[in-house]
Write a protein that binds this ligand. Sequence first.
Ligand code: PGA
Length: 246
Amino acid sequence: MRKKIVAGNWKMNLNKSDAHILYKNLESKSYPNDVEVIIAPASIYLDSFSNASKVSISSQDVSANDNGAFTGEFSAEMLSSMNLRFAIVGHSERRTFHKESDLLIFQKVKMLLKHGITPIFCCGESLSDRESKNHFNIVKSQLSQILTMLSKKEFSKVVVAYEPVWAIGTGLTADPQDAQDMHSFIRGLISEAFGSEASELTSILYGGSCKPSNSRELFSMKDIDGGLIGGASLDSESFESIVNSF
Ligand code: PGA
């Protein structure tokens, strides 16, 4: 049985006191035992949430470098020394605004795995890719490094998040069947690379305007194992209701 996961990506939102209020609210709720609930606050707050018990804490990014003269960056070793178990990598906002390449993202994945942290690896096509019916090719190429250059053992630690760029923060959600088609395609690629057992064990999350009104339908799809939630994760009631929509 693969793991169900709902992860809240807070992005660059919330001042310190608002972040703590949201965190406390989330820690006071109850969640189904079989769902891993994760929050990814801004990196400068990560250490202050290290006592979390109901939710796991994730970074929103990591450096591709080991350590040293990289002003402003933080390493996988630092995250591991704070007992963090997850880090998001390859989010479309990093791909777009920071020009992160597939190779750089792969290096980040390697660095996280070296330090025992689970990468939540994001992929997803733009609107023009989808309109030109190139979306499967784009997602395949985004996944190609982790599918060809990681060992099966390394890949077994990876969580994949499919996030169509046109659905992120726009209010437009992928039609559940279209999302399912992409998730099934991704699972097929994993199966080709590492075998069907490995593919059946990989959690593949959906992200992009996922909210209480559509999460139930999305999560009922055979190959959708949870969500990576942006905007709706900033409200504890919405986030709780998404977690409970399994
Ligand atoms: P959204 O963001 O839920 O606000 O669309 C999702 C994400 O970027 O991870």
